[in-house]
Write a protein that binds this ligand. Structure first.
Ligand code: C5P
Length: 222
C-alpha cells in the first residue's frame, strides 16, 4: 500500500496528444502515448486523491479509478480543463498539446491535385499558462521536454508560465520520454530541484506524486 499523501485532495491531469483536424478524415498530431499522464493519474489515485483525467486520443485503457474526460483538440482540452480547474487543488499538465491548429478546417474531404498545397496554421491557446494565470489557481505543475540546456529552459518556462513546479526531461535521449515506458527527469520548483534517474513511468509517477504532494502542502502552510 502506498502512503495516502493526497488523501482528500482533488487532482486534475491532462494526458496524451491533441488532434487538430485538417478535414473530416485528416489531422495533425504528435507521438505522445499518454503513458506518463496515465501513470501519474493512477499513482495520485492510489495515494488517496480524487482524480480527473482529461485525455487526448490514446490507446490506453480507461483507468478504473478515475473520472476520464475524453477530448480531441486543444480547444476542447482547454474547455474541459477550465471547467474543472476551479474545484481541483492540483493541476498537472502532462499533455503534449499541439502548438498549432488548422486555420480553416475543410468541411469536406480535401481532394488531391497535381499542385503543391499548403495549410495555414493558427496558434493554439496555452492551456497550462491560462490556468496558472487564474487568481484562485490550483497548484500548477508543468512538463518541459527539451533537447538542450534542459534545466535553463525549464526554469525559464516555469517563471514565464507562473508555475509552482516543472518536470524537465531530455528528449534528445531516445530511451526515455515520448512513447517509451521509461523516463528520467529533473523536477524544479522556485527554491529547489531534484533529479530522478531512468525508471519505469509507473515507478517515476509515484516518486513525482510524493514530491508534488510535499511541495503542495508546503506552499499551503506558508
Ligand atoms: O511551452 P511548452 O509546450 O514546452 O510547455 C510544455 C508544458 O505546457 C506542458 O506542461 C504542456 O502540457 C503545457 N502546454 C499546454 N498547452 C499548450 C502547450 C503546452 O498546456 N498549448
Amino acid at each position: 500500500f502506498l502512503p495516502q499523501v493526497l488523501q482528500g485532495r482533488r487532482v486534475l491531469i491532462t494526458a496524451g496528444p491533441t488532434q487538430e483536424a485538417i478535414d473530416p478524415v485528416r489531422y495533425i498530431s504528435n507521438h505522445s502515448s499518454g503513458k506518463m499522464g496515465y501513470a501519474l493519474a493512477e499513482a495520485a489515485a492510489n495515494m488517496g486523491a480524487q482524480v480527473t483525467l482529461v485525455s487526448g486520443p490514446t490507446n490506453l485503457a480507461e483507468p478504473v479509478w478515475s473520472n476520464r474526460i475524453p477530448v480531441t483538440s486543444a480547444q476542447q482540452m482547454l474547455n474541459a480543463v477550465e471547467q474543472a480547474s476551479h474545484d481541483h487543488d492540483i493541476f498537472i499538465s502532462c499533455a503534449a498539446v499541439a502548438d498549432y491548429k488548422v486555420k480553416d478546417v475543410a468541411a469536406e474531404k480535401i481532394k488531391k491535385s497535381q499542385h503543391q498545397m499548403s495549410i495555414q496554421l493558427d496558434r493554439n491557446p496555452d492551456i497550462l499558462a491560462t490556468i496558472a494565470q487564474q487568481i484562485e489557481k490550483p497548484f500548477c505543475v508543468g512538463f518541459a521536454a527539451e533537447t538542450n540546456n534542459v534545466i535553463e529552459y525549464a526554469s525559464g518556462k516555469m517563471q514565464r508560465k507562473n508555475l509552482d513546479m516543472i518536470i524537465a526531461n531530455d528528449v534528445s535521449n531516445k530511451d526515455i520520454g515520448f512513447n517509451s515506458s521509461q523516463n528520467a527527469v529533473t523536477v524544479l520548483w522556485p527554491d529547489g530541484q531534484q533529479s530522478f534517474a531512468q525508471m519505469d513511468k509507473s515507478a517515476l509517477a509515484e516518486e513525482l506524486i510524493r514530491l508534488i504532494a510535499k511541495q503542495f502542502e508546503q506552499t499551503r502552510s506558508n
